[in-house]
Write a protein that binds this ligand. Structure first.
Ligand code: SF4
Length: 339
């Protein structure tokens, strides 16, 4: 009998390895929190903007996409904040990279392939692995994966951690099989999120309190201080533009792929697939509470685990969503380190 194999992603396997319970909530129960993480939505938008930019090299099209993504920006502060940031970031990006040293071969490329036991060559009868890369580029005669990242902090630790991005090693292997090309490495395209905020100005009472404080410190017993007014959109945009003119806001890091890892990764994937089948058959997905605050914030399923899976919590704080959103370019929870 020809049984259809289930699609899986690296995100699923990574989550299963980190906390089986979280994997069950997301991939078996298909639950996601009602409140979307704002960082996740912003990262997804920037990925889309970069896809448009590298596909068209037309900044007006990118800015138009941003404008249409925030239709309520004049009424909602959060939308306005992200709108300012996205426009400044993409204008800065276009200014920073007016030309490129690479040629785009593909953008948002998806792939699918078997999960294989490298020790025996046997392929899984239950699962295939699917994924999506931001792009494939050609530099001279070599191919590289293009991987976009947004981060609030870019430092040596961040760049060091790129080495542990084993997902990309596996993706390179699958894309090589799909496309029949050899992938030399990964070009990480990193965009930094500034923490600049639009100035709200002072209330009358805040100004009065500051003025009294200045007078108390002044030898003359007087102060020329003026009330700080809210920063206009134009003033804030000018400040953001100056920030994004700084070279440190954009960084490219090239890593060459090490094939040494590949066999170990395939073997790990195979073992995870066997363990998942066993957990599903027995209906046992145990919790890894050491992972609950792994990203310095509660895991997306923390309220649910704390309430022991209460249906009341599910109905009020979660909704059903099909898995593997990242394959459709929607930016899944898993893809963005939310769980
Ligand atoms: S809250 Fe903790 S135990 Fe529950 S799914 Fe998340 S990481 Fe796992």
């Amino acid at each position: 009998m020809n049984k259809t194999k289930a699609i899986t992603t690296y995100s699923l396997w990574s989550l299963f390895r980190n906390c089986r319970k979280a994997c069950q909530w997301r991939y078996i129960q298909e639950l996601v929190p009602l409140d979307e993480d704002p960082n996740l939505a912003f990262g997804t938008l920037i990925h889309k903007c970069l896809e448009i930019w590298h596909g068209t090299r037309d900044l007006a099209v990118v800015l138009d996409h941003i404008d249409r993504s925030y239709p309520k920006r004049t009424q909602e502060e959060e939308q306005q904040k992200d709108w300012h940031l996205a426009r400044a970031m993409m204008k800065g990006y276009a200014g920073c990279y007016p030309t490129e040293d690479f040629r785009i071969v593909a953008l948002e490329k998806t792939f699918e392939g078997p999960i294989t036991n490298p020790a025996t060559g046997k392929t899984s009868r239950s699962f295939v692995l699917a994924g999506r890369v931001d792009g494939i580029v050609r530099i001279d005669c070599e191919y590289f994966l293009l991987e976009h990242k947004t981060t609030s902090q870019l430092d040596g630790d961040y760049l060091e951690r790129l080495w542990t991005d084993f997902q990309i090693v596996l993706y390179a292997y699958y894309l090589e099989r799909t496309l029949g090309i050899r992938i030399t490495g990964v070009l990480y395209n990193i965009l930094v999120k500034t923490r600049l905020q639009q100035g709200h100005g002072e209330t009358e009472a805040e100004f009065e309190a500051r003025r009294v404080e200045l007078i108390a410190k002044s030898r003359s017993g007087k102060s020329n201080a003026k009330r700080r007014l809210p920063e206009t959109d134009q003033e804030f945009q000018a400040r953001l533009a100056a920030k994004y003119a700084e070279p440190a806001m954009f960084h490219r890091e090239m890593l060459y792929l090490s094939r040494d890892q590949l066999k170990a990764l395939q073997s790990e994937l195979w073992e995870l697939a066997q363990a998942f089948l066993d957990a599903r058959r027995r209906g046992v997905f145990y919790r890894n509470t050491a992972f609950c605050f792994h990203y310095h914030r509660p895991c997306a399923y923390f309220p649910l685990c704390r309430a022991d899976g209460s249906t009341n919590i599910i109905e009020n704080f979660y909704r059903q969503a099909p898995p593997h959103q990242e394959l459709r370019g929607e930016g899944g929870l898993e893809d963005n380190g939310v769980i």
